[in-house]
Design a binder for this molecule. Sequence first.
Ligand code: SF4
Length: 330
Amino acid sequence: MRDNILRLENLQVHFPLKGGLFDRVLGRSAGAVRAVDGIDLNVEPGETVALVGESGSGKTTVGRVITKLVQPTGGKLLFDGEDMTSVRGSSALRPYRHRVQMIFQDAYQALNPRHTVFDIVAEPLRSLRLVKDNQLSERVREALSAAGLNPPDEYVARFPHELSGGQRQRVVIAGALAVKPELIVADEPVSMLDVSIRAQILQVLVDLRQQQNMALLFITHDLPVAWLIADRIAVLYLGRVVEIGSADEITFNPKHPYTVALRNATPQIGVSENRGELPALQGEVPSAARIPTGCRFHPRCPLAFSRCRDEDPPAVEVEPRHLSACWLAK
Ligand code: SF4
């Protein structure tokens, strides 16, 4: 078995709620938003794992914990065997920021409009002091070329507003690649792009992963996109992984009723033999400030029975490396 590059152990991010006057007078807690509520996950070197879930599932918060933009309130974040959970401060985090990069959803927001493409891609190399001045130009052009901006000389002097949406996202990818990371966390990197451009950007990520043996944690609400790009898929619901397995298993042989419902909502994927008679998903994800008792999916689950309301089902292995947290899993 290969060592993990990333491991999350019972990771939690609970944001305390500000109470009302009575709470403050009585000194009682107003509760917390349990955005991430006990996630276990591992990523191997060179592997792509997709985190899939609806809005409110906690997937973006997980990405922000890994990139050290949010501090967890419980559990552990291990990177290449080292406990990074409590490491803070820019100098202590410098080696980590070299090895872990993030690609954000909105490329326009992520790019400084007053900087040229060259300066944007060079910025992490400069701030992390990774290359000498005489190597900078070559490294920037190499990253632009790897992200599909060819020839790079055509792009280095441009500003973000002179680029298309797809080209801007390629610049963001080039900025992440320039530092030669071992893990990239990509949060919905194609969701704001035209459908025709999405496939090209996904292909860039697939090619890079193969060429550079880089691990990728790909965050998306879109199960077909996850299937296209990932080796494994973890399905999140209300801050927990409810099902995890190979991309094919999760897409074509889902076991958890939530995954089945997600899948049924995506007509791009053909009908699975396992689809059963489950109706499409009803309602919205409940607030993470009021997580239901028992199985957190029970208010929306068409298969719920009495035990589901009282007891939280553990994740059990239903196939090798395929786990589902449902009392009906077998
Ligand atoms: Fe549905 Fe019960 Fe399974 Fe939860 S444990 S997914 S409520 S059947």
